[in-house]
Design a protein around this ligand. Structure first.
Ligand SMILES: Nc1ncnc2c1ncn2[C@@H]1O[C@H](COP(=O)(O)OP(=O)(O)O)[C@@H](O)[C@H]1O
Ligand SMILES: [Mg+2]
Length: 230
């Protein structure tokens, strides 16, 4: 099923934060939403989540820091059960086991509160929680920028493996200021600038022939993680 949001826009105190945009996302499609800080990426991501949710589409949202998603006073087990309840899902230990194994957090003590887990494990827990209900779209807003680069890359690799399974129908919108983090993981890129989508094209086209200034600036800053290791 293709997801479509028509005429998304955001105006705040008379200032246009998001100019009208229409977006279609194919089932299982993986898209990167890139642009400089303040270009409107989170504004678009949030507007998209709101619009698709109002259409009854199941959308999951992973914020930048696990602190925004986890209650510091509650055990991890409690948070998992709350997420299942919010999604009207019966407790499903098999599904939980599958997700924990996919995100490599089987070793985490569910009786502990978030601070008993490392940041990387907390964020992988949040990602696995987001996948409980097999959403039609997973929106990840700078999901690894609070993690060190190696843990960040590992986390994205694990998520790639889950989404890369042949029967996967969950689409992904990966929001990041790091073009090179997104480039290896998505087939299509949206480049934002000043609250507008400046470019919307296959990843390779934007890397090889960035047309707009916004895309050229992003493409000229290579991340060391994308360099060959040998
Ligand atoms: N709730 C808000 N009220 C007023 N301005 C906002 C609000 N949220 C974001 N903005 C402004 O909208 C612009 C885009 O912000 P944002 O979507 O957070 O950018 P990005 O995620 O690309 O860094 C920025 O200029 C920011 O200051
Ligand atoms: Mg943002």
């Amino acid at each position: 099923m293709t997801l479509t949001a028509t005429g998304l826009s955001v105006v705040h105190s008379g200032r246009t934060l998001l100019h009208p945009v229409t977006l279609s996302i194919a089932a299982g499609e993986r898209i990167g939403l890139v642009g400089a800080s303040g270009s409107g990426k989170s504004t678009l991501g949030n507007a998209l989540v709101d619009e698709l949710s109002s259409q009854g589409v199941s959308v999951a949202h992973v914020p930048q820091s696990p602190d925004e998603a986890l209650d510091p006073l509650r055990s991890m087990a409690f948070q998992w059960h709350e997420a299942e309840r919010a999604l009207n899902q019966q407790p499903d230990p098999t599904r939980q086991q599958q997700l924990f194994s996919a995100l490599q957090i089987e070793g985490g003590d569910l009786l502990k509160r978030p601070w008993g887990w490392s940041r990387g494990m907390q964020q992988r827990f949040v990602i696995s929680m987001a996948l409980i209900g097999t959403p039609a779209l997973l929106v990840l807003d700078e999901p690894t920028s609070a993690l060190d680069p190696v843990v960040a890359a590992n986390t994205m690799d694990l998520l790639d493996a889950v989404l890369g399974q042949s029967d996967n129908q969950t689409a992904m919108l990966l929001i990041t200021h790091d073009l090179w983090l997104a480039a290896r993981r998505v087939s299509r890129l949206l480049v934002m600038e000043g609250g507008q989508i400046a470019e919307d094209a296959p990843t390779a086209d934007i890397l090889e022939r960035p047309r707009t200034g916004a895309a050229q600036v992003l493409a000229s800053h290579r991340s060391w993680l994308s360099l060959p290791c040998s």
